[in-house]
Design a protein around this ligand. Structure first.
Ligand code: NAP
Length: 283
């Protein structure tokens, strides 16, 4: 198949690296240097900043930042034949599907749930999607053939394919991805608010695995975190309010020296955590 990838960054570059074993890859990226680098490093077969290159593709993966998806699609569609399948990799699905589906029937919303704290083509990795969830969010009007084609490509990356509605996706990722980013960022910001320079320096010196684990996602790509908040605003706000309610309960329990309730909470969460992390790869 001829595979098109628009946006040669972490996700687009990683898709290209793995799909190139079985397909011919056509890449489009904003900067000519990125296109040249992608060809020189044999990440893609052909590359150009010109979206007209996508006329050759049977399936196009849209891998730009979320904020560029809608405008890119408007410029992209005139280059498609009626059979071209379009999919995206955006971390939010409701707003993306609402923006694209009315204009292109052969569109399948997608979200490969893999990444690193890095961005750009230099961050692209082989095998990034192995054993990771790849969520597809077809709607009633999405042709089954288009869904199956994208699912088959995702399975060829050794990803685990899930299907759900765009709304269920956005609500679920608010809990397990977008809320953790804001909680983790807030944790770092709160530590930095320590008023004693001496205590702050000591805390930084002795910070170890616990702080490394809980602060990791708050130390990631700021543009990506901002896009999650901007494009999944309602679900993120809902989850943040629920989190604040939970924090208020813990504060009250600790203020009141209600140690049994504190222990009960920690016992419940100790039992529940493995269900969220059923294999070590999900770490
Ligand atoms: P990224 O590393 O910043 O890559 C995006 C690349 O797209 C940039 O390097 C840029 O390359 C290019 N680009 C920017 N605007 C463009 C435009 N208008 N037209 C064409 N190319 C453009 O970002 P990413 O992490 O791969 O994220 C891309 C998408 O994947 C986002 O929608 C995000 O929600 C989703 N996603 C991210 C992760 C993650 O953990 N990072 C996980 C799952 C899904 P040049 O400027 O160099 O040309």
């Amino acid at each position: 198949m001829n595979i098109g990838i628009v946006g040669l960054g972490l996700i687009g570059g990683s898709l290209a690296l793995d799909l190139r074993h079985q397909h011919t890859i056509f890449g489009v990226s904003r900067r000519p240097e990125t296109c040249e680098q992608a060809i020189a490093r044999q990440i893609v077969d052909h590359a150009s900043p010109d979206l007209a290159l996508m006329a050759k593709a049977d399936v196009v993966f849209l891998c730009t930042p979320l904020g560029a998806i809608e405008s890119t699609v408007t410029q992209l569609l005139p280059h498609f034949s009626s059979s071209t399948i379009l999919t995206d990799v955006g971390s939010v699905k409701g707003s993306v599907v609402r923006a694209i589906a009315p204009h292109w029937q052969n569109f399948v919303g997608g979200h490969p749930m893999a990444g690193t704290a890095e961005s750009g083509l230099d961050a692209a990795l082989t095998g990034l999607f192995v054993n990771r969830p790849y969520v597809l969010t077809p709607i009633d009007s999405t042709p089954a053939k288009a869904v199956e084609t994208v699912a088959e490509l995702a399975r060829s990356l050794q990803a685990q394919v899930y299907h759900c509605s765009p709304e269920a996706h956005d609500r679920a990722v608010a809990w397990i991805s977008h809320l953790p980013v804001m909680v983790s960022a807030s944790l770092i910001a709160t530590c930095l608010s320590e008023s004693s320079a001496e205590v702050l320096a000591l805390a930084q010196s002795i910070a170890s695995s616990g702080f490394r684990d809980t602060s990791r996602v708050g130390g990631g790509n700021p543009e990506l975190g901002r896009m999650m908040a901007e494009y999944n605003q309602d679900e993120l706000v809902r989850s943040l309010h629920a989190y604040r309610h939970q924090l208020d309960q813990v504060i009250t329990q600790i203020e009141q020296s209600d140690w049994n309730s504190v222990q009960q909470l920690l016992t419940q969460t100790q039992t529940a955590r493995p269900q969220f992390l059923s294999d070590s790869e999900k770490e």
